[in-house]
Design a binder for this molecule. Structure first.
Ligand code: HEC
Ligand code: HEC
Length: 267
């Protein structure tokens, strides 16, 4: 009887021990899982990017106001980038300070081109582009003129809008190209202007003889007729924007350009 109860007691001790081990393993398993979870790796990423942010070169900052690259004004750039060293009360040695006309006078005397070249490539303690690598040439000129013109100068830098029509700077608001013209042609104008279209009176693409008299009118007339619509002398009807009023004027012009240039013209 005694021995039986002893046996029972040691059996329950064993059960407790085993139970403890199972719980321990479960806890360990949970901890390992937690350590490998996304939650932790996200923290790690954030930490790394926070570190990169902390160690990034001075001036390498985002404008943060949504203005597309190429369209930023001299004032915007100055107040985010150049101000770090060129502020009126800056303590950076040698940097000409805005509104300190005496410091700017000898610089302004070099002319915008020389100042631009030095600001572009760096000049003694002046870092290339002030450290803001994504500035376009025109933006840099605007920032220089902005500073110089508050400091006794009257430099003329390219306007923001002049930028919008220049192809080189504008990754975002890129102008409508002849390739876009081909797309517009294929989706809309082709219905009536395809080389083998059966629509009467419409000049067909690649039929140079049909386009020649139209091209003679000049491209402005062609653009106008394509945008506003046009009734020909023999009753042919060119609907405004080919009937697709959702097209921008520039898209219609690009399509006209594409058709004309495929048909003996060069506009
Ligand atoms: C990290 C400091 C710093 C930043 C940021 C900075 N500059 Fe400068 N800049 C200088 C210093 C220093 C000089 C004077 C260099 C010298 O003459 O030795 C200078 C000089 C210039 C000059 C005169 C060059 C010449 O030929 O005399 C121009 C123009 C200029 N900076 C434009 C800019 C513009 C534009 C920005 C912003 C996009 C900018 N800088 C941002 C430090 C800076
Ligand atoms: C529904 C048929 C139709 C569609 C779609 C159409 N056109 Fe036309 N288009 C015509 C006809 C017909 C004429 C000839 C009118 C005439 O001179 O009698 C014409 C003429 C033109 C001319 C010559 C105008 C002139 O002054 O001689 C241009 C340019 C032109 N279309 C451009 C376009 C463009 C660009 C598109 C697409 C965005 C387009 N068309 C879509 C029917 C169409």
């Amino acid at each position: 009887m005694n021995s039986l109860s002893n046996h029972k007691a040691s059996g329950s001790a064993l059960t407790t021990l085993l139970g403890g081990i199972v719980i321990l393993i479960a806890v360990l398993f949970f901890l390992v899982k937690l350590a490998g979870s996304n939650y932790y790796s996200t923290v790690e990423e954030t930490t790394q990017s926070a570190t990169e942010t902390r160690i990034m070169p001075a001036g390498n900052i985002t404008m943060g106001d949504g203005t597309p690259i190429g369209q930023r004004t001299g004032e915007q750039i100055f107040s985010k980038v150049c101000i770090q060293c060129h502020a009126a009360d800056s303590s950076v040695p040698d940097a000409p300070k805005v509104t300190h006309n005496n410091e700017w006078a000898p610089r302004i005397a070099k002319g915008l081109d020389a100042l631009f070249n030095n600001a572009l490539n760096g000049f003694n303690a002046m870092p290339a582009k002030g450290g803001q690598a994504d500035l376009t040439d025109d933006e840099l000129k605007r920032a220089i003129a902005h500073m110089a013109n508050q400091s006794g100068g009257s430099l003329v830098a390219p306007e923001v809008n002049a930028d919008a029509s220049g192809a080189e700077d504008t990754a975002v608001a890129s102008p409508v190209t002849e390739a876009d013209g081909q797309k517009v042609f294929e989706s809309i104008c082709m219905a009536c202007h395809a080389a083998d279209s059966a629509i009467p009176l419409s000049p067909k693409i690649t039929h140079n003889d049909e386009w020649a008299p139209r091209i003679k009118q000049g491209k402005e007339v062609l653009f106008k007729h394509a945008i506003e619509g046009f009734n020909g002398p023999d009753g042919g009807v060119m609907p405004a924007k080919g009937g697709n009023l959702g097209l921008s004027d520039d898209e219609v012009k690009a399509a006209v350009t594409y058709m004309v240039n495929q048909s003996g013209g060069s506009i």
